[in-house]
Design a protein around this ligand. Structure first.
Ligand code: FAD
Length: 116
C-alpha cells in the first residue's frame, strides 16, 4: 500500500482488513440461513483470536464481549462492524464514520455514479 512489497505494518494491514471485513458484511445475505449466521459468528471469533496485531486484537475481543456480533441481516452486521471500526477510529483520534452510509461506502457506491 505505502511501501511496495514490504511486510504489512499496522496501518496497511488494518486498511486491507477493514476492506475485507466491510465488503464481507456488505455481501452477507439480507436473510441469512442459520448455518450462515453460525459461520459468521465463528469467523468473527476466530478472526479475533488470530488477527496479527496483539493490541488491536485484545481491544477487538473486549469490544465483541461488550456487544456480540449481530448476524441477523446484512444491515445489522454492516452496522455492527461500522460501530467497531468507529471505536478504533476514536482510539486513534480519527473521524467518526456515519454508519447510515456504510452500504453506500462498501456496496452501492455514491449516488453520483463516480464509482461505477
Ligand atoms: P482505515 O481506518 O483503515 O479505514 C479504511 C476506510 O474505511 C476509510 O478510508 C473509510 O472510507 C472507511 N471507514 C472508516 N471508518 C469506517 C467505519 N466506521 N465503518 C465503515 N467504513 C469506515 N490500528 C492501531 O494503530 N491501533 C489499534 O488498536 C488498531 N486496531 C485495529 C483493529 C482491527 C480489528 C482492525 C481491522 C484494524 C485496527 N487498526 C488499529 C488499524 C486502523 O483501524 C486503520 O486500519 C489504520 O490506522 C489505517 O487507517 P486508514 O486511514 O487507512 O483507514
Amino acid at each position: 500500500w505505502r511501501r511496495k512489497n514490504c511486510p504489512a505494518d499496522v496501518e496497511s494491514l488494518g486498511n486491507a482488513t477493514w476492506t475485507l471485513l466491510h465488503t464481507m458484511a456488505a455481501y452477507y445475505p439480507d436473510r441469512p440461513a442459520p448455518s450462515q449466521m453460525e459461520s459468521m459468528k465463528t469467523f468473527i471469533s476466530s478472526f479475533s483470536e488470530h488477527y496479527p496485531c496483539w493490541y488491536c486484537k485484545e481491544d477487538f475481543k473486549k469490544a465483541i464481549e461488550k456487544e456480540p456480533v449481530k448476524v441477523g441481516s446484512r444491515k445489522k452486521l454492516s452496522e455492527w462492524l461500522c460501530r467497531r471500526h468507529n471505536e478504533v477510529n476514536a482510539k486513534l483520534g480519527k473521524e467518526q464514520f456515519d454508519c447510515t452510509k456504510v452500504l453506500e461506502r462498501w456496496l452501492n457506491g455514491p449516488p453520483d455514479g463516480r464509482c461505477d
